[in-house]
Design a protein around this ligand. Sequence first.
Ligand code: UTP
Length: 334
Amino acid sequence: MKAIIPVAGIGTRLRPHTHTAPKVLLPVAGKPIVGHILDELVQLGFDEVTFIIGYKGDMIRDYVTSAYSFRANFVEQPEMLGLGHAISLAKPHHYADEPVLIILGDTIFRADLKSVFERGSTALGVRKVEDARRFGIVELDRNGAVKRLIEKPDNPPTNLAIVGIYYMTRPRVLFDCLDELIAEGRTTKGEFQLTDALQKMIERGEKMGVFMVEGWYDCGKPETMLQTNRDLLDAQLKDFSGYSAVADRYPGSVIVQPVAIDESVRLENCIVGPYVSISANARLKNAIVRNTIIGENAEVSTILLEDSLISDNAKVQGRRYHLNVGDSSEIILD
Ligand code: UTP
């Protein structure tokens, strides 16, 4: 089975973290964002993945080739011309009548993909959302087939949002529509949109269904990344039995589950959790940390840290007080 994962974007909304790493390599719940997606694909038996790389693409290439053994193709997108353009570049590897799964590199998902593959027809992953105006949405006909796709509508006729997982049984048709779109120079909001190419496919009579995505974990912004960290750690809590082992590693510290702490991390006199991810070789001393992601080799000391993202190699040090306070005094050190 084959997949295309576009990961060329700059990730501006996640600066400053994306100044030094591509968005999809930022850690969440114990591994890089794209690692969650790839582990799922490996479990499903995928054996070839094409990555559309651009911004800091070499780092993605190094990560994928050292951590995974499936066949990986890397295609450079020299300019961010939109998702449709990114996908069109995968044509040399996937212009065939062999199905392909397209997944955005910054969207972690939970869906019953096995059933989707068994059904064997082109289908888009969707999810019911509260405010459909922020999304690309689908309108279905009476038989549940996609009738129309609308990008960020002012008056959404449905609340079914497209979430960034697309199963294409005839990628040849998709690539033809993308080529046509690009040849016509037809952009929406300044970019070649995948949604526009899918709409073209429908107009050509291509049958397209939908499948429900149960879990959809966005990592596009700091807040959504911390929320995803919480959701994934909660999910791990349900099926993980090694927690006492984690606590045993740090006898002088208190671990409040759920957390994901790399084995090489050093903790000294800390309270860590809930909802904390710490990457390899980070060092924490005299710290209380909650709802936070800490990168590799970071140093954190003498601080109460909440709702924070600390990148690789960063050093964060708070302050300590020596007080000599009299009876009935009130001191608040904010
Ligand atoms: P986004 O627009 O959410 O990601 O695209 P971005 O551009 O990296 O982030 P911001 O908006 O600057 O903060 C969704 C996915 O599609 C890829 C991105 O890498 C991301 O994984 N993409 C998007 C491309 O590969 N090429 C494009 O031209 C556009």
